[in-house]
Design a protein around this ligand. Structure first.
Ligand code: UDP
Length: 234
């Protein structure tokens, strides 16, 4: 571990001080970027933990930021995963090749369309929705990514599915991989992000819970997370 990293419940997390710092890093270090939040710190399966520790975990959630601060990294910021992919596109769309994976077929198509409108000339070398029906389709996708050699691959399929897929793709082709969860749904307006005030007050997770109550089981991970955070057991 270097001096900008800490282990949280066995997961190595990087404390970045700004978007620019993370975006510079992304260009130099073409690995998988994994959004770390309280849920992952508590509940990520071992294989995902190992995958994160071979790659780059960054603070997507306020829980991860608080935990790193308690471990002595004072000047770090929250870098929400749902913004990271767009920041990467903004900075690198004139030079890089992109591969877009994930979400339902409708949301997926709408995402690719909107990206092409918003960034004319963007080089999307391949894309497919996130509902991959069998091993043959999965293998075909991995082979296509290896053949097209994108600089960045965005995968929005939810955790741990997206982490598994990125791990497999990485073995065949080195690139910047970013797991995005439900970000295409937010980008296309199918799901609303919390209003800015909620985001500022660090209540974005609460907003998601109110809007999508089916997530409550996942949000229960906050209880052991907070307990461990405040008893120093992370
Ligand atoms: N999804 C997918 N393939 C699947 C299951 C889910 O592409 O087999 C998509 C789903 O359409 C949604 C996203 O993955 O766009 C999951 O979003 P969620 O909010 O659950 O992700 P989180 O960020 O919470 O991990």
């Amino acid at each position: 571990m270097n001096d900008r990293q800490r282990s949280l419940n066995g997961i190595i997390v990087n404390g970045f001080r700004s978007w620019d710092e993370l975006l510079d890093y992304v260009d130099r270090d073409r690995r998988i970027y994994v959004a770390i939040n309280a849920e992952k710190i508590i509940a990520a399966p071992d294989e995902v933990r190992e995958m994160i520790n071979r790659n780059v975990g960054y603070c997507d959630g306020i829980g991860a930021v608080k935990a790193l601060k308690r471990k002595g990294l004072k000047d770090i910021v929250r870098l929400p995963g749902c913004e990271l992919w767009l920041k990467i596109i903004e900075r690198y769309h004139r030079d890089w090749k992109f591969y877009i994976i994930g979400a339902s077929p409708e949301v997926h198509e709408a995402t690719v369309r909107k990206l092409r409108e918003q960034y004319p000339g963007i080089n999307i070398v391949g894309h497919r929705d996130g509902y991959i029906k069998d091993d043959a389709a999965r293998e075909a996708l991995i082979a296509d990514v290896a053949e097209k050699r994108p600089d960045a691959v965005f995968v929005a399929m939810g955790s741990p599915k997206q982490e598994r897929l990125m791990g497999e793709m990485q073995q065949r082709h080195q690139a910047v991989y970013v797991g995005l969860g439900g970000s295409y749904d937010v980008y296309t307006g199918a799901v609303k992000r919390a209003p800015r005030l909620w985001q500022k007050l660090n209540l974005e997770f609460m907003y998601r819970l109110v809007r999508q109550p089916s997530r409550w089981r996942r949000q229960l991970n906050y209880i052991p997370f907070l307990y461990r955070l405040y008893t120093g057991k992370l």
